[in-house]
Design a protein around this ligand. Structure first.
Ligand code: YH5
Length: 287
């Protein structure tokens, strides 16, 4: 099968022949690692602009906290957080807007407001989500999570075969997508670092990331400031940048196409150096 190396939606093209950066824009009052700094729409827009100038090709807007124990937000609340920010970005910036949501209602509203992609940590498992994405024909990122609830996903991290189980899950979700009328060219996959995986499993997954290249679909990784970095380094979320960059460059070397990060400027600089050196390397990986 021909590898998918670009995404397209409504005449907008995202070239993936080289890895790109997705900047995280949390619009939750209680985010893990940036403390809800961007819950106010005006500040969120400022931050989005900053990330675009720093080299983000995609802005990922999220209004639902996935922190274990954080209160579940209603669809109304999530929409009220996310929609003004999506409208603001769409009206002022030339950038891909992705929205981190599992709610079909939120998906529909943000796509009407100018979003170009849906990023669903639950891989379109909520009733109605698959249908919304299929009817809009937009790109979608489907992510692996063990179980279906971030609140309980760390309670059972037993796998028969880590990479095999993750691949099997993604394979099944891809097929449900295809059978629902979502085109293969619109699907991005993500193994879901930290989603129902312990420290060793997260590093095993990173070490064997290359196995996911056999799907021949764009591969997104979310490693930024995660516990797998903090626990290894014994560092709180504000002190995980060097570890985050190392993990992401390792991922790029093993097939990642989209890097979901908080610190766009630092990641973009590291990536530029990595990619330039790679041009001169004989062991360049074939795409
Ligand atoms: C992801 O991997 N992750 S939200 C805990 C942290 C830091 C960051 C303890 N949405 C992903 O970013 N979407 C999230 O420190 C995602 N892939 C995709 N596609 C969790 C998060 C985080 C959690």
């Amino acid at each position: 099968m021909k590898p998918v190396s670009k995404l397209e939606y409504k005449g907008r093209v995202l070239d993936l022949t080289q890895p790109v950066i997705m900047g995280i824009l949390n619009v939750t009052p209680d985010s893990f690692s940036d403390g809800g700094k961007f819950a106010d729409p005006a500040r969120a827009l400022e931050h989005a602009k900053e990330m675009v100038l720093a080299g983000a090709s995609i802005i990922d807007v999220g209004g639902e906290s996935t922190r274990p124990g954080s209160p579940r937000v209603s669809e109304e609340e999530e929409l009220a957080r996310v929609l003004p920010v999506v409208e603001g970005i769409a009206g002022t910036m030339d950038v891909w807007i992705s929205v981190d949501t599992s709610s079909p209602r939120v998906m529909q509203a943000v796509l009407d407001a100018g979003a170009s992609m849906i990023n669903d940590i639950r891989a379109l498992r909520r009733p109605g989500a698959m249908e919304v994405v299929a009817s809009y024909g937009c790109p979608v990122c489907i992510q692996h999570m063990k179980g279906d609830d971030p609140a309980t996903m760390q309670q059972n991290t037993v796998y028969e075969d880590l990479l095999g189980d993750i691949s099997e899950f993604l394979y099944e979700r891809i097929h449900v997508c295809l059978n629902s009328g979502i085109r293969r060219e619109k699907i991005v996959i993500d193994p879901g670092f930290g989603f129902g995986k312990n420290l060793e499993q997260n590093y095993r997954l990173l070490g064997q990331l290359e196995r996911l290249r056999s799907f021949a679909l764009p591969l997104l990784v979310g490693l930024s400031r995660k516990s797998m970095i903090g626990d290894l380094l014994k560092a709180d979320p504000q002190n995980r940048l060097a570890g985050t960059i190392a993990a992401n460059l390792f991922a790029v070397e093993h097939g990642a196409d989209i890097l979901r990060v908080h610190d766009v400027k630092e990641m973009a600089d590291a990536l530029a150096v990595h990619l330039y050196a790679s041009k001169f390397s004989k062991q360049k990986i074939k795409k």
